[in-house]
Design a protein around this ligand. Structure first.
Ligand code: PXP
Length: 245
């Protein structure tokens, strides 16, 4: 069964709206695990707009499931990741002006720098994933850089407006998963996935993990985190292809 990583950043976004100490994203992580999350994902951004250094530290001490840290390749953040030692680091592009991560990392362009970060964090025992567009060249470049996994950007699918555009994006992801597996990578997916649109992505064979944030946190504000995670797990169970042994 495909694994679900719950991104809890936006619990911290609500806290930061009032610069107070609630809601605590660490409590949300505990509730997400109780709802069946296979992993907890957070993004320590350079501007610390939601998750901060204390959250990262306490999450590391608290989370029993897989802990996945999204991060840029900025030297200060790489140093923190190396000290924190989450189970997995997912390298993402980061721009201050964006609302959320937009598109994938250009692994081909920044290969030399990225290779150094991958090797540095591998030496600390951390698994490395690259958040990239479902593009064959970027997937191959990620394998060349030594990544263990790629997380394919599903935003193109989530933002597609017509049935034809949706199908085109599904085909791209389908091909991307195949290429990733051929390259010996684990293949993850994420961005813009919701209770309404996850069905067709979950049905693509070969995905090992989805990272979903905004939609789960949005639902959690109304039904609670534990129930929101249970509902997403149910959908993944319902739509994921049956695995043949
Ligand atoms: N995966 C990555 C690499 C991301 O940067 C994000 C957004 O922080 C997500 C998944 C989750 O996206 P969403 O909040 O749209 O579910």
């Amino acid at each position: 069964m495909v694994k679900l990583g719950v991104n809890i950043d936006h619990v911290a976004t609500v806290r930061q709206a009032r610069k107070t100490d609630e809601p605590d994203p660490v409590w949300a992580a505990v509730e997400a695990e109780l709802g069946g999350a296979d992993g907890i994902t957070f993004h320590l951004r350079e501007d610390r707009r939601h998750i901060n250094d204390r959250d990262a530290r306490v999450l590391k001490e608290t989370v029993a499931a897989k802990l996945n840290m999204e991060m840029s390749i900025a030297a200060g953040i790489v140093r923190i990741a190396g000290e924190l030692k989450p189970d997995q680091c997912t390298l993402v592009p980061e721009k201050r002006e964006e609302l959320t991560t937009e598109g994938g990392l250009n692994v081909r362009k920044f290969a030399r720098r990225i290779k150094r970060v991958v090797s540095d964090l591998h030496n600390k025992g951390i698994t490395l994933s690259a958040f990239i567009e479902p593009d064959v060249d970027q997937i191959r470049a990620s394998a060349d850089c030594g990544f263990d996994a790629v997380e394919l950007w599903t935003g193109g699918y989530a933002h597609a407006k017509t049935p034809r555009a949706v199908q085109r994006e599904i085909n791209r992801l389908d091909r991307g998963v195949e290429t990733g597996i051929e390259c010996g990578l684990e293949v993850h997916g994420g961005h813009g996935l919701t209770y309404r649109n996850v069905e067709r992505i979950a049905a693509i064979p070969g995905f090992g993990e989805f990272n979903i944030g905004h939609s789960i946190v949005a639902r959690a504000t109304l039904v609670g985190m534990r129930v929101a995670v249970e509902q997403m797990k149910d959908l993944l169970f319902q739509y994921s292809p049956v695995e043949l042994m």
